[in-house]
Structures are given as structure tokens and as C-alpha cells.
Design a protein. Structure first.
Length: 251
């Protein structure tokens, strides 16, 4: 299937591992020139060598630490300089931040900063260029709407959902779509730390996942690929779970 992505450009955060890395790889395989952003830029460099070849887009590493104020704006400017313009933004950076009831203000601030504020800052730095082109795709990987514990990242991701919905209405006339993907139990470094044995993975799958297994990064990245393409031009303002049927709410 031709996604119509050949010749497009993309900025992918969190490109060193997990979902971000796989999404960057799949975009490049479709002929997209990708700037991959990560703290561990050496891993992005390794990825660029893995996918090099005819009809494959380049993957260009940028090292960045979004805990530093001003990094989103710097990354946006550097990426636009490298690419000329940015057609696709994939927000895949972030991380779980479980907190206790008596967590400090700093703990909550850090979780919100990485998982919401930096995403907003980077996106708002890139949107004006998309508006000039009258085309753009923004896909953000978020998190569960059914939290089992206090987690600053879950709270931040809920904020992302509301912000992304509002932004989708703001930029729709410019040919820009804005969507969120909610990963279920996808096999990544973070998930493997929580379920270190096959037995623990199978037990959770038996109880909570109708499909009966954890997902792969390719399975969720493929949905991001579709949302990044011209084929998804009428899909915007959505939050789509990719979780093997784990979500209990009908809508």
C-alpha cells in the first residue's frame, strides 16, 4: 500500500527507542526524510545506518534534553534548517511518572513539564511553518484514560488530549490534522521493566487484554504512519487507543 509519504519530511522525538524509534524507521522506509530527536543521539545514528538504502529516506539525529528550558524551540529551528520545512511532527518523547499522594510540587512539575509543556512548546514552534505550507500532520503518543494510580504523566497526557482537540479545530483550515494515540501494553523498555518475565506478561494479558498478548511497536507505529499520511486527511481531533481491546469505555 502506498501511503503517499515519499518526499515528505518529519520530526520525531523519542527516536532512540521504543515507539518513537520504530515510527522513525517506518517513516524513513516510506521515503520520508526524518529528523530523529533523542538524548541518546548515538542510537538514532545507529538507526540511520540500519535503514539506509535506495528509496529510503535519511534519518538525521539531533541530540536534545527536553528537561532544559528552550530546547523545544531550538530543536524546531534546527530541524527546519535541516529539512527546509516540516510536514509531520511525531511527539513520542516522555515517560511514566508514578507519584505518591504526598509528592512534592517539584515532582508534579517535572512530570507535567516533560509530558505536556514540552510537547506543547515544540508543537507550537512548528505549527507556523505548517500553516505556511497549508499542510501538516501532528501525532502525539499519550497514555491511558483509566489510571490505576496517581501518575503525573497520566495527568499530563489528559491535558494533551484536551489541548490537541482544541488545536485541531484551530488549524484545520490550514490542512493540518492533530491526533493522539494511546498505547496499551506495547513491548518497550519501560513496559519490560514493569513485566520482566514472560509469566508476568502472560498473566496480565490473560486478565486485561482481550486479544491476549502485548502489542509490538510496529503495530502502533503503523497507525501513526496512516495518521501522518494524506490518506488520513479527514481524521483529526481524535484520541485512538491501540491496546488490544483493553479499554473498557465504549467512547
Amino acid at each position: 500500500m502506498d501511503f503517499g509519504l515519499k518526499g515528505k519530511t518529519a520530526l520525531v522525538t523519542g527516536a532512540s527507542q521504543g515507539i518513537g524509534r520504530t515510527t522513525a524507521r517506518l517513516l524513513a522506509m516510506e521515503g520520508v526524510t526524518v529528523v530523529g530527536v533523542a538524548r541518546r543521539s548515538s542510537l538514532v545514528e545507529e538507526l540511520s545506518k540500519e535503514v539506509s538504502g535506495p528509496h529510503v529516506g535519511d534519518i538525521i539525529p539531533i541530540e536534545a534534553d527536553f528537561s532544559i528550558d528552550g530546547e523545544p524551540e531550538r530543536v524546531a529551528k534546527e530541524a527546519e534548517k535541516l529539512l527546509g520545512h516540516i510536514d509531520i511532527l511525531i511527539n513520542a518523547a516522555g515517560g511514566s511518572r508514578p507519584v505518591q499522594f504526598d509528592a512534592t510540587k517539584d515532582q508534579w512539575q517535572e512530570g507535567m513539564m516533560l509530558n505536556f509543556f514540552r510537547i506543547r512548546e515544540l508543537t507550537h514552534a512548528i505549527v507556523p511553518g505548517m500553516q505556511q505550507s497549508n499542510w501538516g500532520r501532528i501525532v502525539t503518543f499519550t497514555g491511558t484514560s483509566e489510571p490505576r494510580m496517581l501518575n503525573a504523566a497520566f495527568t499530563a497526557k489528559a491535558a494533551v488530549h484536551v489541548w490537541a482537540k482544541a488545536l485541531s479545530r484551530e488549524v484545520a483550515a490550514n490542512g493540518i490534522t492533530v491526533n493522539c494515540l494511546q498505547p496499551g501494553r506495547i513491548r518497550t523498555e519501560q513496559i519490560q521493566k514493569r513485566y520482566p518475565t514472560l509469566e508476568s506478561e502472560l498473566e496480565y494479558s490473560r486478565l486485561e487484554i482481550p486479544i491476549g498478548r502485548f502489542g509490538t511497536t510496529e503495530e502502533i507505529a503503523a497507525v501513526a504512519l496512516f495518521l501522518s499520511s494524506p490518506l488520513a486527511s479527514y481524521v483529526t481531533g481524535t484520541v485512538i487507543p491501540v491496546d488490544g481491546g483493553s479499554s473498557r469505555f465504549a467512547f
